[in-house]
Design a protein around this ligand. Structure first.
Ligand code: AMP
Ligand code: MG
Length: 346
């Protein structure tokens, strides 16, 4: 009997070694990039060593994206574009592809998303943490300079008019999320959660047991709590909220999401927007844009753009909750919030 147990254990060990059984332990990784902690939880690879290689490659890439796209780093592609004084600058393929998609999204959102908001973001002190309130005159001059349609992209050459600067803070995490998902899949990883921090998350497949990933949506009024849970399977989710980065002066809260029309914090009546879509870039870019648009315009944008395959959850400054109809069966209120009313947008 004992002999039989030993040989069964040996057979199991050999099967695992031969890669015939999936390893149920996650391969995990944490890195700091794009001003935030990013966490990878990877399951389901047939070969654990290969999953670890995938993790290491993904973590290296996340740091590389940061080096390419950060406006703060002196040597990034974005910094070189911003110092170009109106001259064409050659950027790497990854930057050019993101710029191409980001510029299209700026146009599609009617300028609610605008990657040339950088000088205004700087003027409010959001890049340095030395916050200040620019005067009305200064804001008018800054708003004049925000215009993504003036950015020229030809192949890998970027030309930005003098005096303008770009900031990919609203889209870079989403792009990095989509790239990470591609890497995970190319390493045979069938189940993973890629958390890019500050509410951008990519679910590869479902959980190892086959059920969907369950992700909390932060309550903007109490950011340590989740008011809702969204079930994700091969899907991304991104949240933009006034609570994520802000400062207060004389009882007024000034947050980091700016309205390109005024160069001032977007006061659209919303306090957070969460977008669920197959593409993390869609989630990241649209959560920022819909926040700027406000509930009515955002709901109309959702109705008019089914091709973007996104759904959304809105929380107003009064704490009202709205969600789009396509989240039926994937959205539920969290414990402690079950008595809250949710208006379904059709
Ligand atoms: P997110 O956290 O994805 O909503 O992006 C907000 C960040 O993008 C800010 O910290 C700014 O760096 C930048 N930003 C702010 N307002 C806009 C806007 N309307 N369009 C594009 N980028 C913006
Ligand atoms: Mg965003």
């Amino acid at each position: 009997m004992r002999k039989r147990i030993v040989s069964a254990a040996l057979a199991l060990l050999l099967l695992t070694q031969a890669g015939c059984l999936r390893d149920s332990r996650p391969v995990e990784g944490t890195t700091f990039a794009m001003d935030t902690v990013m966490t990878l939880t990877l399951y389901g690879g047939w070969d654990r060593e290969r999953t670890k290689e995938g993790r290491d490659w993904m973590m290296g890439r996340l740091v590389y994206f940061d080096q390419l796209l950060s406006a703060a780093s002196e040597t990034s592609d974005v910094a070189r574009i911003n110092r170009s004084n109106g001259q064409p600058v050659e950027v790497c393929e990854l930057t050019a592809r993101l710029l191409d998609q980001a510029l299209a999204l700026c146009e599609l959102t009617g300028g609610a998303l605008d990657i040339t908001a950088c000088p205004a973001v700087k003027a409010w002190g959001f890049t340095t943490g030395e916050h200040r309130i620019p005067s009305g005159e200064e804001l008018a001059a800054l708003a004049e300079k925000i215009d993504s349609s003036a950015v020229r992209l030809e192949g890998n050459m970027v030309t930005l008019p003098e005096g303008m600067e770009i900031d990919l803070g609203a889209v870079a995490k989403g792009y990095a999320g989509d790239q990470s998902r591609e890497t995970a899949q190319s390493y045979g990883i069938t189940s993973a959660l890629i958390d890019l921090g500050q509410s951008t998350i990519v679910a590869v497949g479902g959980k190892p047991d086959g059920s969907p990933w369950r992700i909390g949506v932060v309550d903007p009024a109490q950011p340590e709590d989740y008011f809702a849970v969204v079930e994700l399977e091969d899907m991304a989710m991104g949240t933009s909220g006034g609570y994520q980065r802000y400062f207060e002066a004389d009882g007024v809260t000034y947050w980091h999401i700016l309205d390109p029309e005024t160069a001032a914090p977007a006061r659209s009546g919303l306090s957070s927007v969460t977008v669920v879509a197959p593409s993390a870039l869609t989630c990241d870019s649209l959560s920022t844009a819909l926040f700027v648009m406000g509930l009515e315009e955002a709901a109309q944008f959702w109705r008019e753009h089914p091709a973007l395959e996104f759904e959304a959850i809105f929380v107003t400054e009064e704490g009202e909750i709205y969600r789009t109809a396509g989240l039926e069966g994937r959205f539920s209120l969290a414990e402690g919030y079950r008595d809250r009313e949710v208006t379904v947008l059709e």
